[in-house]
Design a binder for this molecule. Structure first.
Ligand SMILES: *[C@@H]1O[C@H](CO)[C@@H](O)[C@H](O)[C@H]1NC(C)=O
Ligand SMILES: *[C@@H]1O[C@H](CO)[C@@H](O)[C@H](O)[C@H]1NC(C)=O
Ligand SMILES: *[C@@H]1O[C@H](CO)[C@@H](O)[C@H](O)[C@H]1NC(C)=O
Ligand SMILES: *[C@@H]1O[C@H](CO)[C@@H](O)[C@H](O)[C@H]1NC(C)=O
Ligand SMILES: *[C@@H]1O[C@H](CO)[C@@H](O)[C@H](O)[C@H]1NC(C)=O
Ligand SMILES: *[C@@H]1O[C@H](CO)[C@@H](O)[C@H](O)[C@H]1NC(C)=O
Length: 315
């Protein structure tokens, strides 16, 4: 008797508490602020200026954090404008080396590996301001100095949310400060085309490029190794992009499946035929000759190894 009363009661109270906390906590459909946001952002900032790219010089990362927070704290989370991040940008801005800019759409993880934290190219995520917010989520609340860890508005709920406005401002700033030969890495397997519209690249980056500082726009359209070839240079959306840039007066080149990027993708598909390296010897010369090469290589390795051991023994 007790049991049969207790169970439904428990269920009802659990259901009630669930909907109660939902009403109280979740105002929006999107994910809430990333836990430990302040520590992550300030830590990333010092990592960037001390280790990743000391060339940016001395910055006050606490001051940068305060400027970042002031863009969205104590405000309606759907009324944040790109300009609200102006002080943050002013404090975190640094030179983007000529010829190193790398724009992209629909291949963020590939771009992260390819750019190599600014060593090979410097995508927006490899600048101090982009590095600061990469992969994080955040928003504040009206009439409260706290962050909302329960939920934040999605782009569908409002475009003028804290995160989207941040990336708009970052993209605008990045484009304005890019110079020399600039690069665009697009995904030839992306549904809807390699050059999406609307997109950050189409709407905030292209319009903010400084024509007199840019010598050439290099477009790379790379398909996934095991993905469909949906878009390429000279057709569909890539043609639209090439035409737009040429009309704006840029010197444009476009390459399909640029080798360096394909090599990187091939790390995960070493046995795919697209990843086969051409044999070092012509087909007719295979056999004894190539095994002899292998032999001298092995001998060289052995000699180097013995040399290494010898030096090791001396130390
Ligand atoms: C860095 O900025 C913070 C916050 O604005 C300030 O309190 C601190 O004194 C500054 N530190 C230095 C070394 O300037
Ligand atoms: C940011 O820097 C620009 C250019 O130096 C300046 O005009 C603007 O007032 C600064 N904005 C803020 C909020 O500090
Ligand atoms: C950028 O590339 C151009 C040629 O494409 C070269 O003349 C120039 O020196 C390069 N600039 C830097 C900073 O490497
Ligand atoms: C390219 O786009 C496809 C389809 O959206 C996606 O599955 C794939 O991961 C993207 N490729 C890269 C390298 O990000
Ligand atoms: C915030 O405070 C203002 C002024 O006190 C008030 O008009 C507004 O309705 C409040 N907003 C929220 C979301 O509570
Ligand atoms: C475009 O750039 C290429 C490579 O730097 C150069 O050879 C060519 O002359 C340039 N074309 C124009 C129209 O400037």
């Amino acid at each position: 008797m007790m049991m049969s009363l207790f169970l439904p009661l428990l269920l009802v109270s659990v259901l009630f508490m669930n909907s109660f906390s939902e009403v109280r906590g979740r105002k929006w459909k999107g994910e809430g602020t990333t836990q430990n946001l302040e520590s992550i952002a300030i830590g990333r900032c010092y990592d960037y200026i001390r280790i990743v790219n000391p060339a940016v010089g001395e910055k006050n990362c606490s001051e940068i954090w305060e400027a970042f927070k002031s863009a969205f704290i104590n405000k309606d989370p759907c009324s944040i404008l790109p300009e609200d991040y102006e002080l943050f940008i002013n404090l975190s801005l640094h030179t983007i080396p000529a010829n190193k800019s790398l724009f992209w759409e629909n291949n963020q993880l590939l771009v992260n590996s390819f750019a190599d934290r600014g060593r090979r190219y410097m995508s927006v995520g490899d600048t101090l301001f982009g590095f600061f917010g990469d992969f994080l989520n955040w928003c504040g609340q009206a009439n409260s100095s706290g962050l909302d860890y329960e939920s934040c508005p999605t782009t569908m709920e409002c475009e003028t949310n804290a995160v989207d406005s941040f990336w708009r401002m970052a993209s605008i700033t990045y484009a304005k400060h890019s110079s020399g030969e600039i690069h665009v890495l697009l995904n030839g397997s992306a549904v809807g085309g390699a050059y999406p519209q609307p997109s950050f690249f189409a709407d905030y980056e292209i319009p903010n490029l400084q024509k007199d500082k840019i010598s050439q726009v290099v477009i790379w359209v790379v398909d996934d190794i095991e993905g469909p070839d949906l878009d390429s240079c000279g057709i569909h959306s890539v043609k639209t992009l090439e035409t737009r840039l040429k009309t704006l007066g840029y010197n444009v080149t476009c390459t399909d499946n640029y080798k360096s990027v394909v090599f990187l993708l091939c790390l995960d598909y070493p046995d795919n035929s697209k990843c086969a390296l051409p044999s070092s010897a012509p087909a007719g010369q295979r056999g004894p000759i190539s095994s002899d090469r292998g032999g001298s290589w092995n001998k060289l390795m052995f000699v180097s190894f013995v040399g290494f051991l010898f030096r090791f023994a001396l130390v």
